[in-house]
Design a protein around this ligand. Structure first.
Ligand code: ZN
Length: 269
């Protein structure tokens, strides 16, 4: 009997012990999930940059874990791609989709049904635009976000979508390589993602815990956030993790940082 088969047989004889599951992140891909042009940067930097236009990136992150594919955030709706000049949104935003999420997955040979699990940082439209491209995929979301109704009282997710409502942090694959971190403040159930890559090391994917590097450096809190105190505590929590693990913070909407990063089909390992 080969060793692996022996181990499985041994585990079968020992109730409560299962063979070790495949562990670790193999690759991380950054996908272009939209571009937003905004007329007033002060929306994110209260009292500063009033009337200064800004372009922000909007990324999704596709993680190839040894146990399967994991998608973090889904960006602006793919349907926007049909409008070459973009779509006008609230606050004078112009939203564009130079590439679709579906197209970037196809380029990698990944079908929506290949995704094992997914999570969104929060429920703003630039993050949940394509959740229903994956109607059968388990969605990890904070209970506080799931239960937070839209302003018109409607639910934020399709009630039929499979969901795991979490309260706090969640180690998605049980090996510490992909960990959802509770970072409330931008919204009631905002979350960020800790990823431990074999060569790149520890990365925290910000979600919108912070929008711009200058806001991170100066600990600025946008006026639209649901809690300033929670936002500041969440930023400190992320800073503590980064310091402990000598990690990097990847800020989703920071276009200069995003422009300098490798985009799919290139990847980080
Ligand atoms: Zn956002």
């Amino acid at each position: 009997m080969r060793l692996a088969a022996f181990a499985v047989a041994l585990c079968a004889m020992m109730p409560g012990v299962s063979p070790a599951a495949a562990a670790g992140v193999v690759r991380l891909y950054i996908l272009d999930c939209g571009q937003i042009a905004a007329p007033d940067k002060a929306r994110w930097t209260p009292g500063i940059n009033i009337g200064v236009p800004i372009d922000v990136s909007d990324n999704c992150y596709l993680i190839h874990h040894a146990q399967g594919w994991f998608l973090w955030d889904t960006g602006l709706p793919d349907a926007i791609a049909a409008q070459a000049d973009g779509v006008k949104g609230p606050f004078g935003f112009v939203m564009k989709r130079p590439k679709t999420l579906a197209g970037q997955l196809a380029e990698l040979g990944v079908k929506p049904t290949d995704i094992k699990a997914m999570a969104v940082s929060h429920t703003h439209p630039d993050h949940i635009g394509n959740v229903e491209m994956f109607p059968q995929v388990m969605l990890y979301v904070q209970k506080a976000e799931y239960d937070w109704p839209n302003t018109d009282g409607t639910p934020r997710f399709n009630p039929d979508h499979p969901v795991t409502k979490i309260e706090g942090d969640r180690d998605v694959f049980g090996d510490g390589s992909v960990v959802i971190i509770s970072t409330p403040g931008h919204t009631p159930g905002h979350q960020s993602l800790l990823v431990r890559l074999p060569k790149t090391g520890t990365i925290v994917l910000s979600g919108d815990a912070v929008h711009l590097k200058e806001n991170w450096d100066d600990r600025r809190v946008p006026s639209m956030n649901t809690s300033k105190d929670e936002t500041l505590a969440s930023m400190q929590h992320i800073a503590d993790i980064l310091a402990k693990e000598r990690g990097q913070l990847w800020i989703n909407h920071d276009k200069p940082q995003s422009d300098a990063q490798k985009k799919s089909p290139q990847f980080y390992e």
